[in-house]
Design a binder for this molecule. Structure first.
Ligand code: PGA
Length: 249
């Protein structure tokens, strides 16, 4: 069975003491269900601090990394560097990385391969922009993202992976996908996994929803058969709203 996961993506928010305070408050006040994994994708600068603060069952990750291990890549951070600060997982292909930093499916495939080579876990993000949804081409668009960056992995490499479906038009806009829209895409992603891999692998992959998920809509979204949790932006910046989403199952 796919793990249930609720992950917070802090993006470029919070000063160091605010970040530490948020982790402290969340851990002190939030009891999470045993069967839900909680992850925090923090600014890499704070990884080491947050790692020392975080309880062992909460996973701490980065929002991005460079595919090379080291070298002349000013401003970049590698997987070995993230690991050396306690990072165990990272996001790959968030739509903001794709649209604002020009990360193509090819670039993201290289990052997937770097993560696999380092046995470093990741959440692979996919999702269509508004104009693609308005044209009715969202399934082809997302399928292509997965085909070109992820589905080259073999079965063992795909087992227990995490995919986040985040329609770009729902990110930070307050416009959430309906549970029907989310389930329709998640169901497709699961069936592609069945076709490319097997039933067993498809059932092992967690498919998270992201995009204006909040305490008021999380329960309905998480009730969908193929939604295994959420990748939460804005609502992860407050310990109490994030805790409510963690407990929305
Ligand atoms: P949002 O962001 O919850 O603020 O819409 C989600 C994300 O970008 O991962």
């Amino acid at each position: 069975m796919a793990r249930k996961i609720v992950a917070g993506n802090w993006k470029m928010n919070l000063l160091r003491q605010e970040a530490i305070g948020l982790i402290d408050e969340f851990q002190k006040n939030c009891t999470k269900p045993d069967d839900v994994d909680v992850m925090f994708f923090v600014p890499s600068l704070y990884l080491a601090d947050i790692r020392t603060k975080a309880w062992s069952f909460n996973r701490i990750g980065a929002q991005n990394f460079h595919k090379e291990d080291s070298g002349a890549f000013t401003g970049e951070i590698s997987i070995p560097q993230l690991k050396s600060c306690g990072g165990t997982i990272a996001l790959i292909g968030h739509s903001e990385r794709r649209s604002l930093f020009g990360e193509t499916n090819e670039v993201l495939k290289d990052k997937v391969n770097a993560a696999i080579a380092h046995d470093f876990d990741f959440i692979f993000c996919c999702g269509e922009p508004l104009e693609i949804r308005e044209q009715g081409n969202e399934l082809d668009y997302v399928r292509q993202q997965l085909n070109e960056s992820l589905f080259h992995l073999d079965s063992e490499q795909m087992r227990n992976r995490i995919i986040a479906y985040e329609p770009v038009w729902a990110i930070g806009t307050g416009r959430t996908a309906t549970s029907e829209q989310a389930e329709a895409m998640h169901n497709e992603i699961r069936s592609w996994l069945r076709d490319v891999y097997s039933d067993e692998i498809a059932e092992s992959v967690s498919i998270l929803y992201g995009g204006s998920c909040n305490p008021a809509n999380a329960n309905e979204l998480f009730s969908c058969d193929n939604v295994d949790g959420g990748l939460i932006g804005g609502a992860s910046l407050k310990a109490d709203s994030f805790c409510q989403i963690v407990n929305a199952y």
